[in-house]
Design a protein around this ligand. Sequence first.
Ligand code: ADP
Ligand code: ZN
Length: 288
Amino acid sequence: MLLGALEAGGTKMVCAIGNEKGEIFEQVSIPTETPEITIPKMISYFKEKKVEALGIACFGPIDPDKKSATYGYITSTPKLAWTNCNIVGAFEEALGCPVGFDTDVNGSVLGEVTFGQAKGKSSVIYITIGTGVGAGIYIEGNLLHGMLHPEAGHVLMRKRNDDTYEGKCPYHKACLEGLAAGPAIEERWGVSARELKDRAEVWDLEAYYIAQALTGYILTVSPEMIILGGGVMHQEQLFPMIRSYVKEMLNGYIKTEEIDDLDHYIVPASLNDDQGIMGCLELARQAL
Ligand code: ADP
Ligand code: ZN
């Protein structure tokens, strides 16, 4: 089965060819410009390879509701050139094959539960902490959409009282993304996040906010595993700090095997940063 995979991001479009086993045969990256420029380039790539189906995991907000008139559209995105872009329609028409579609983070969680460390689990959350913060939620065997799709990167935070930074989110200021995404770290401390590696206070505060959000997700969604990816999570020292704050914040309230073993409960992504593309292959397989 020859499947196409598209991980659509605000800065780059990763296009790949693979199969239903999650094997990736080749991969290219195309810069994200306007739809008029970028979509035809991607179409010609997939057309030449004669894919049988395509899976798209896309930056959002998007409309993933098959019953909606704007299903398959990127909707009210801050990346204005892409507002109201019918991305699924463009590929369906040009390729004439089935197209699967979901959020970028739902693609990543699907990759992890189909091919990665979360295989066999039925409720898993994947959170990316990079330029923005987003969460893909797989719950009792299905990707969660609900009314729209979760936007769990924007949950409101209780600020720590020693933090004077007001927060970067244009909508909420001090939501998780506004306090803890890469650009917020850089604005708060005035240097690039990579250069802050040895500043313990930076990662202590970062872990505090991430843990606060995870505690909320644990209490509402009750996931069996929480996977953390994205550029900021390359700071591996964050993991033990996050686990320790989560333990403190739950304060003994939840008693399960998972919570007793946080080292295997709050974990880094497992597929060498290919979880998103592999999730797209599964979206393509399901569309077929
Ligand atoms: P995107 O979210 O755009 O897909 P990334 O997940 O790579 O891309 O996130 C980019 C953000 O992550 C940047 O804001 C950058 O500051 C931060 N970042 C990238 N690498 C590191 C690192 N090694 N340590 C800390 N922060 C990083
Ligand atoms: Zn926000």
